[in-house]
Design a protein around this ligand. Structure first.
Ligand code: KIV
Ligand code: ZN
Length: 508
């Protein structure tokens, strides 16, 4: 039997509390729609009393979201609860989430209250919240640094006052998995009818581990954010806790309602909206999460992907694993790279290409497709490729841009010329004329600077459409225009690698 864990997303509330992560109201509404589509159970849409803008935004999210419960945060004060109730007026499934600190550190030093006053406040505010809404969650802020016997009293008070869900936050990311597990287990045992929730911050990098430990102790709701954004070092990342439950379901015995194939898209969307980049090696959604560079790993992956992947990239919405060609790659990966492009290398050709490839890889930080093509000496069975020699652009007195692009095709040097809206466009148009009538369409072009140990290069990624199929190219160069032209050439090489073009290319 698998238990269902409720996923409570707080990207729009705790996540937005990350310094610098403010989102526009429309972005929050869009993100809430995506969270709902992905199967999130509860969306904490904001803190209604924080500002009229926050209140209006929760109202708009409430109007738009059809499936998930919409929640608004409220301090343990009447005005906050009233603001939350107003914000949730249009929600199909509203929840008021109110909280009060339970640690002596907070009670004595921050709020200057007695323990009795805290218990009275919990009782009156939960009851007041219940007068507006059946679904009330109560949180014991700084629970993990609270005295356990006082925490028990506080939880008992909240449950008696009508809280359906009780959250035990590790507000400052202090607890260790075994401690948190022990704490949650005791509470679950004492209050078996209550749904306990975990809310873990990442100050010691333990947020995901602690959340899972809490679930192992009997918690059945996890509070988390997309990409783990949140106060200070952030909250538990939704993608991590959900994939941990899915991948280790056999031992954890729990699952969620999340359509995990939407995770990657959502992660990119949230990153775009908040302006928070995703670290390259971020678990589940980082660029490198499904990329393999070492020869031993690539060899294993080519034989059986389970050797080095514990979940499939497709399960989180990434279309495929990546074999990063670099100095750690082995022969098997090079042969596979070539085969994917229709180039079959026999043993001798592979050995020869491998030596050239290793020399290039040793001398460069990034190995481009063009570099690898140049390492593979095509035999008569394989397709010739296009090589970039030079790029020259000019602008006449009327602002008209022209480009002359020198290329080698099948060993012959030719200059391709064209005009365009701007210099880059003129260069692409020129390269596109290499085979009369081929005329690929530019779908996407991205160029940006990458710096490493004081050296800056331009990285360009391109997608061109030919006969409705996308072909991508990727290149680095110290010169932005050369990087873009090389990326275009590398995409063109993928088109020209098809058997249909062999005779045309050989005719040059
Ligand atoms: O971290 C925390 O304690 C919180 C509460 C308001 C739930 O975010
Ligand atoms: Zn928090």
């Amino acid at each position: 039997m698998t238990d269902r864990v409720i996923i409570f997303d707080t990207t729009l509330r705790d996540g937005e509390q990350s310094p610098g992560a403010t989102m526009f109201a429309q972005e929050k509404i869009n993100l809430a729609g995506m969270l709902d589509d992905m199967g999130v159970d509860v969306i904490e849409a904001g803190f209604a009393a924080a500002s009229p803008g926050d209140l209006a935004c929760i109202q708009e999210v409430s109007r738009n979201v059809r499936n998930a419960t919409i929640c608004s945060l409220a301090r343990g004060i009447k005005g906050d609860i009233e603001a939350s109730a107003q914000a949730l007026e249009f929600a199909q499934k509203p929840r008021i989430h109110t909280f009060m600190s339970t640690s002596d550190l907070h009670i004595i030093h921050q709020f200057r209250m007695s323990h009795e006053q805290v218990l009275e406040t919990i009782d009156s505010t939960v009851r007041y919240a219940r007068s507006f809404c059946d679904d009330v969650e109560w949180s014991a802020m700084d629970a993990t640094r609270s005295d356990m016997s006082f925490l028990m009293k506080a939880v008992g008070t909240a449950v008696l006052a009508g809280a359906r869900t009780v959250n035990i936050p590790d507000t400052v990311g202090y607890t260790m998995p075994h401690e948190y597990h022990g704490m949650i287990s005791q509470l679950v045992q004492a209050f078996p009818q209550t749904i306990f929730s975990v809310h873990c911050h990442n100050d010691l990098g333990m947020a995901t581990a602690n959340s899972i430990a809490g679930v192992m102790g009997g918690a059945r709701q996890i509070e988390c954010t997309i990409n783990g954004i949140g106060e200070r070092a952030g909250n538990a990342a939704l993608e991590e806790v959900v994939m941990a439950l899915k991948t280790r379901q056999a031992i954890l015995g729990c699952d969620t309602a999340i359509d995990t194939r939407q995770i990657y898209n959502l992660s990119r969307a949230a990153s775009g909206m908040t302006g928070f980049p995703i670290q390259k090696n971020k678990a589940i959604v980082g660029w490198n999460a499904f990329a393999h560079e070492s020869g031993i790993h690539q060899d294993g992956m080519l034989k059986n992907r389970d050797t080095y992947e514990i979940m499939s990239p497709m399960s989180v919405g990434i279309t495929h694993s990546q074999m990063i060609m670099g100095k750690h790659s082995g022969r098997a990966a090079l042969a596979n790279w070539a085969a994917e492009r229709g180039i079959v290398l026999d043993k001798d050709a592979l050995n020869e290409a491998f030596i050239v490839f290793k020399t290039i890889a040793d001398s460069k930080k990034h190995v481009s497709d063009g570099d690898i093509f140049s390492a593979i000496q095509p035999s008569s069975e394989t397709v010739q490729h296009l090589e970039l020699l030079s790029v020259q652009t000019t602008q006449d007195e009327f602002g008209q841009n022209s480009a002359d692009v020198g290329v080698a095709i099948a060993g012959n040097q030719v200059t391709l010329s064209a005009q365009g809206d701007g210099p880059v466009n003129a260069v692409f148009n020129a390269i596109g004329t290499v085979i009369p009538g081929l005329a690929p369409q530019l779908q996407d072009h991205d160029v940006h600077g990458v710096s490493y140990q004081g050296h800056t290069q331009s990285e360009s990624r391109i997608t061109i459409l030919y006969q409705d199929k996308p072909y991508t190219g990727h290149a680095y160069d110290v010169d932005t225009m050369m990087a873009s032209a090389s990326a275009y050439i590398s995409a063109m090489n993928k088109i020209l690698a098809q058997p249909a073009y062999r005779s045309i290319v050989e005719g040059f």
